[in-house]
Design a protein around this ligand. Sequence first.
Ligand SMILES: CC(C)(COP(=O)(O)OP(=O)(O)OC[C@H]1O[C@@H](n2cnc3c(N)ncnc32)[C@H](O)[C@@H]1OP(=O)(O)O)[C@@H](O)C(=O)NCCC(=O)NCCS
Length: 216
Amino acid sequence: MKDKVQRVVIVGAGGFGREVLWLCEEANNESPQWDVLGFIDENPETWGKETCGRPVLGGLQWLDNRTRGDVGILFGVGSPAVRKRLTERLAPLGLCFPSVIHPGARHSNFVTVGDGTIVTAGNIITTQVSIGAMVIVNLGCTIGHDVVIEDFCTIAPGCNISGWSKLRTGVELGTRVAIIPGRVVGEWSVIGAGAVVTKDIPSHVTAVGIPARWKE
Ligand SMILES: CC(C)(COP(=O)(O)OP(=O)(O)OC[C@H]1O[C@@H](n2cnc3c(N)ncnc32)[C@H](O)[C@@H]1OP(=O)(O)O)[C@@H](O)C(=O)NCCC(=O)NCCS
């Protein structure tokens, strides 16, 4: 449990950003943790408007005027590459990137989660699992023993990642991907919705289908 309420903004006022707001509200129902000031968005047309009862405060430059410890950043952006770009832009400001885990997500004490990682409702993460920084684990996934998920990965709803598997940096799993035990997905590869990964997947490819296949 967090020992105090933290002021945060959600970067990204689109669909996933609004889901991150809901995640914070769910966590607050358990114990007050997050004071969500509003959204930050790169689209100037959204600035000054409201969504889900919170203002869009402005663009990234709004964060340039904050001081260390003033506000934390939660990413509400699904794309691994965009999260990496935003991290490179915002990390030098010295603001913090808290991780948020839904209070109903189930996990052992042997799960580590890096800065800025978001785990939404309905996830089950078992034991000796390492999840890096700026990762999204979206609704209703299972992640088995000894899995390693590196920085910037996005895991869409309903994925099943079996024991000993590894997702290298920036991997994106579509909805309902299944990975059989011990397989490795190379960095920045995309696995299409519904695929079953039965072999190691190289880096920088898109793989689809059952079994998952890709073009070199
Ligand atoms: C795999 C994926 C990334 C490909 O996207 P894309 O490059 O825009 O591909 P296209 O839609 O142009 O489709 C290209 C071909 O792949 C096929 N295809 C696309 N996605 C597929 C999938 N998941 N499984 C099987 N075939 C797929 C298309 O039918 C098409 O086949 P065709 O050339 O025979 O007509 C995308 O379709 C996908 O599955 N993304 C995951 C989305 C998701 O789950 N998001 C979660 C949001 S919370």
